[in-house]
Write a protein that binds this ligand. Structure first.
Ligand SMILES: NC(=O)c1ccc[n+]([C@@H]2O[C@H](COP(=O)([O-])OP(=O)(O)OC[C@H]3O[C@@H](n4cnc5c(N)ncnc54)[C@H](OP(=O)(O)O)[C@@H]3O)[C@@H](O)[C@H]2O)c1
Length: 321
């Protein structure tokens, strides 16, 4: 089968499209014919091993699993004898940041992995990006225990995580203020933001609003800068570690006290989470923002664009027609 593989950590060019052996499903596994995937910051982070810590999961000296692709959508082509909840022909969507595998024509999944049946009416292209940014957003929104009517600021509302966060926060009944640049104000409003701050014309730090939760979805602000904008028990979460990993330290210290705090939840995703996100999409409450679409052969270009930090939402990788 055709796959994009990497045998060493490094820049986008370490990825090569080549032929590898098609996987065979075990008794409790399904074989998925992949139609689409994404190239996202999770794939890029593991490929570059920019943060050395990722190697404790992906292999200390070289990658344990050579095919990246944390998101995937496709059709089940074979099932193991013990698989009861899925059948051949099921169209499914899922996420895997342990074994990955979406950047190939086939992958195998354990029947309890984080994937769910995709209802009719969804195209592979629009469904491929249902899980990555959105599950990070969901983990953080849950950690902040967002309640209906609360004021939330999403900084970086045009990324995969930020654009999902705005939509999920509206589902949970929050009042959302979103920060983005001028060309994307209309997009972010269309995602449901109640109020948009254009960072090219306005400094969000000068707003008179106070927030129960500030979610920095692009990891470019800091707790020190945002603290004054938090309510007395307000919560700050960033998707990045902060300068010298300060966010890890603050996540250990600030919750000891009763007031404002920084949290740093460890992301996870289950089959139930994928079902939740799929159901939201089915009800029209969540629609992943799609920027560019690349073919598997163009994967190096796709990585370069994703790592420019300029993508709007998600970058799709088409694996099959
Ligand atoms: N290491 C990992 O495994 C991992 C996994 C997932 C995510 N992450 C981190 O999570 C963050 C978000 O990822 P993502 O995929 O959602 O983001 P992304 O899609 O790469 O975010 C890019 C978007 O953020 C906007 N942006 C950049 N700087 C901004 C700023 N200062 N203010 C407002 N908007 C800004 C950009 O628009 P403009 O600049 O044009 O305004 C662009 O639309 C990244 O920092 C990423 O590294 C890490």
């Amino acid at each position: 089968m055709k796959a994009a593989i990497y045998t060493q950590y490094g820049p986008p060019e370490v990825v090569q499209v080549t032929e590898i052996q098609k996987p065979v499903p075990l008794k409790n596994e399904v074989l998925l014919r992949v139609y689409a995937s994404t190239v996202n910051r999770t794939d890029a982070g593991f490929r570059s091993a920019e943060y050395f810590i990722s190697r404790f999961w992906s292999g200390l000296f070289k990658p344990k699993y050579q095919v990246l692709g944390s998101e995937f959508v496709g059709v089940i082509e074979e099932i193991g004898v013990d698989v009861k909840s899925f059948k051949v022909g099921d169209k499914i969507v899922g996420f895997d940041d342990k074994k990955f595998g979406g950047h190939a024509e086939y992958l195998t999944l354990n029947d309890s992995d984080a994937f769910a049946i995709l209802p009719e009416g969804f195209t592979f292209t629009e469904s491929a990006a249902l899980t990555e940014g959105s599950h990070y957003a969901l983990v953080n929104i849950r950690a902040a225990n967002v309640q209906p009517g609360q004021n939330v600021l999403v900084y970086g509302a045009t990324g995969a995580i930020g654009s999902a966060a705005v939509q999920l926060l509206k589902h949970f009944g929050a009042h959302v203020t979103a920060v983005c640049n001028t060309p994307n104000v209309a997009l972010v409003k269309s995602l449901g933001a109640d109020f948009v701050i254009d960072y090219l014309t306005e400094d969000f730090r000068k707003t008179s609003l106070k927030f129960d939760f500030i979610f920095d979805a692009v990891g470019k602000s800091s707790y020190a800068v945002c603290k004054n904008l938090l309510t007395d028990k307000g919560i700050y979460i960033s998707t990045e570690l902060g300068n010298n990993g300060i966010n890890i330290l603050l996540a250990l210290i600030t919750p000891i006290f009763k007031g404002k705090k920084l949290l740093f939840p460890i992301p996870s995703i289950s089959q139930k989470d994928v079902e939740f996100l799929r159901d939201l999409a089915q009800r029209g409450e969540f629609k992943p923002v799609i920027d560019r679409i690349y073919s598997l052969d163009q994967i190096v270009e796709a990585y370069k664009y994703v790592e420019s930090g300029q993508k709007i939402g998600n970058v799709i990788l088409k694996i099959a027609e």
